[in-house]
Design a protein around this ligand. Structure first.
Ligand SMILES: Nc1ncnc2c1ncn2[C@@H]1O[C@H](COP(=O)(O)OP(=O)(O)OP(=O)(O)O)[C@@H](O)[C@H]1O
Ligand SMILES: [Mg+2]
Length: 231
């Protein structure tokens, strides 16, 4: 059952790798304009959750819906076409292709050639258009990945550990971008940087050993020491 104002709803999601269950009965909901953060220790199941929503893993049970669309059983490509875009943790880009060619692939898939929006958020990409993506720094690669995901104006962006290993200045830039993006796109961000989470999240789910152990649903309750308690 999907609440009308939910843009993404996960109900009773259970996921396993072979025989080993790693997510148990997960409920998560996202409304337009929300920045939802998932926190949890290494191995808690955060990536598995995003991959299951994005169609890269088939859940054992439970539902994932966006409006009237059921996402379970659809191919990742179809889920992306429905406006649910996934930015994976491994920051994989086509390293032999230039930044421009990477963006062209995104445009080809979405028919969205409006790169001004992308370079508006990430002006640095303009100077890097002819550089092979394999030569980008971690921060530049993250900009390219998020920028490419913006093509097609997604409803929801699922972003896995966007600031992992990045310099503080880039983290600060991404923080501003997430604030701006959330005006048009709901965000689900897996993030271990609790100060960042507290600065941007409107809701936080804490995952522990594959279960949601806390849901902080009000901005006032989202504090680093409160989040820390559930990790
Ligand atoms: N392909 C796989 N096959 C088997 N087990 C896996 C696989 N991928 C992850 N796991 C296991 O599933 C559990 C959850 O992993 P997951 O990658 O979702 O955690 P995470 O919260 O994203 O961790 P991290 O913070 O390190 O990224 C872990 O116990 C992990 O070992
Ligand atoms: Mg992970």
């Amino acid at each position: 059952m999907t609440n009308n104002d939910e843009i993404l709803a996960v109900r009773g999601l259970t996921v396993s790798y072979g025989e080993s269950k790693v997510l148990f009965d997960i409920d998560l909901s996202v409304r337009p304009g929300q920045v939802v953060a998932c926190v949890g220790r290494n191995g808690a199941g955060k990536t598995t959750l995003l991959k299951s929503i994005a169609g890269f893993l088939i859940p054992r049970s439970g539902s994932v819906t966006s409006g009237h669309d059921n996402l379970v059983g659809r191919k990742p490509y179809d889920i992306a076409k429905l406006g649910i875009k996934y930015v994976p943790q491994d920051k994989k880009v086509f390293s032999d292709l230039t930044v421009r060619e990477n963006l062209e692939l995104g445009s080809y898939a979405t028919r969205d050639y409006n790169w001004d929006r992308v370079t508006g958020y990430f002006p640095k990409l303009k100077q890097l258009m002819d550089r092979k993506a394999g030569f980008l720094s971690g921060g530049e690669r993250q900009m390219l990945m998020i920028g490419r995901a913006l093509l097609g104006s997604p409803k929801v962006l699922l972003i896995d550990e966007p600031t992992e290993g990045l310099a503080p200045s880039i983290v600060a830039h991404l923080k501003n971008v997430f604030g701006e993006l959330s005006k048009n796109t709901a965000l689900v961000i897996v993030e271990q940087n609790l100060p960042l989470v507290c600065a941007i999240a409107s809701k936080v789910y804490a995952l522990k050993e594959g279960r949601i152990v806390a849901e902080l649903a009000h901005r006032e309750s989202i504090k680093a020491d409160v989040c820390e308690r559930y990790l």
